[in-house]
Design a protein around this ligand. Structure first.
Ligand code: NDP
Ligand code: 13P
Length: 345
């Protein structure tokens, strides 16, 4: 049995705390709201984030970061990307020995263009970092909390650390693979949120499955183009954290990104949509970051660019789709197939 602190008591932090508790670990679920932590400890529920779910007694809620991370074997960082720096700054106050860090957040920071593992490494000194591992894949909290079959990937440059994380989380409902392609895993997990927003928009506009399939496949092409340019193995994008997560996020009503896109497609304004959600919609900030990166690195990302203009320049979603469909003609297999071919050979 290990002592594990899960920092962030939203949907995903709570669902992962349940997996860890099922595996017999002592789980400390840290959140910044007194009332919510009281609810977790007194009633063993977290109603705002997971309805109709009873939490195990092995999960203890904390509001004190000092107590939550005291003597733990591992820390799971489960807050939205926007809050990650702030939470790391709090954690580092209380750790003095090398600790295993697992992050589960799917975003890219606008302006710095850092992936989450990179910003964690910026905020946490090496002296308290045994390793940083990203855990990602097609995994809606709502289904994980019902113990429905789910598969994810633990990725780290430190293969031994990835295996440790695999061992912490794996069970008969939650299958964990390993990978050393951190760039590919983080880029796939973050950029699928952009495409899920777009898929929600086309559904909201009343378009059908042809449009959805087009978004998923051409979305994957542009994710892989940018990811490869950043050093990822293009084959990672065909795996759980690429194609797998794109499918689940673009086709599920559980997805907050899809739901937000759907409201936009039906004519709501972005501010109104975000107010309505009450949960994180990572794709909004990540669209900005990916758009900036595509310009900087001169990588073609037509879907990301169209979504950027819908979100931040008030372009009408239907006009954005019309514009995408009327671009000049091109071939399907571009530089990406060249990259894949080189890897396979
Ligand atoms: N939900 C899912 O199925 C999955 C989510 N993820 C990823 O996990 C990450 C977290 O998402 P998720 O749990 O779903 O998000 P939620 O919106 O469900 O919960 C976010 C949690 O983080 C808390 N939080 C926000 N800012 C801070 C802060 N500054 N300090 C402390 N706590 C803070 C929120 O508190 P408050 O209640 O006060 O707002 C809330 O408890 C995201 O990057 C997401 O992409 C990955 C896989 C699956
Ligand atoms: O990443 C997820 C599923 O794998 C969750 O997606 P949303 O943030 O869109 O709900």
């Amino acid at each position: 049995m290990k002592k594990i602190a899960v920092l962030g008591a939203g949907s995903w932090g709570t669902a992962l705390a349940m997996v860890l508790a099922d595996n017999g670990h002592e789980v400390r679920l840290w959140g910044h709201k007194e009332a919510q932590i009281k609810e977790i400890n007194e009633f063993h529920t977290n109603i705002k984030y997971l309805q109709n779910i009873k939490l195990s007694n092995m999960i203890i809620g904390y509001t004190s970061m000092k107590e939550a991370v005291n003597q733990v074997d591992a820390v799971v960082l489960a807050v939205p990307t926007k809050a990650m720096r702030e939470v790391c700054q709090q954690v580092r106050e209380y750790l003095s020995t090398p600790t295993l860090f697992v992050h589960v957040s799917k975003g890219i920071e606008p302006d710095t263009h850092l992936r989450v593992s990179e910003l964690i490494e910026e905020e946490l000194p090496e002296s308290i970092r045994e390793a940083v591992v990203v855990l990602s894949g097609p995994s809606h909290a709502e289904e994980v909390s019902l113990r429905q079959p789910t598969t994810v990937t633990a990725a780290s440059l430190n293969a031994e650390a990835a295996e440790k994380v695999q061992d912490l989380f794996i069970n008969q409902h939650f299958r964990v693979y390993t990978n050393t392609d951190v760039v590919g895993v983080e880029i796939g997990g973050s950029l699928k949120n952009i495409i899920a927003l777009a898929a929600g928009i086309t559904d909201g506009l009343g378009y059908g499955d042809n449009a959805k399939a087009a978004l998923i496949t051409r979305g994957l092409a542009e994710i892989a183009r940018l990811g490869s340019c950043l050093g990822a193995n293009p084959l990672t994008f065909l795996g759980l954290t690429g194609m797998g997560d794109l499918i689940v996020t673009c086709t599920s009503v559980h997805s907050r990104n899809w739901r937000a896109g759907n409201m936009l497609g039906k004519g709501m304004k972005l501010e109104e949509v975000l107010e309505n959600m009450g949960m994180v919609v990572e794709g909004v900030r990540t669209t900005k970051a990916a758009y900036q990166l595509s310009k900087k690195l001169q990588v073609k990302m037509p879907l990301t660019s169209a979504l950027y203009h819908v979100l931040f320049d008030d372009v009408n979603p239907k006009d954005a789709v019309d514009e995408l469909m009327n671009r000049s003609k091109t071939t399907e297999l571009d530089d990406l197939s060249k990259l894949l071919g080189e890897r396979i050979r």
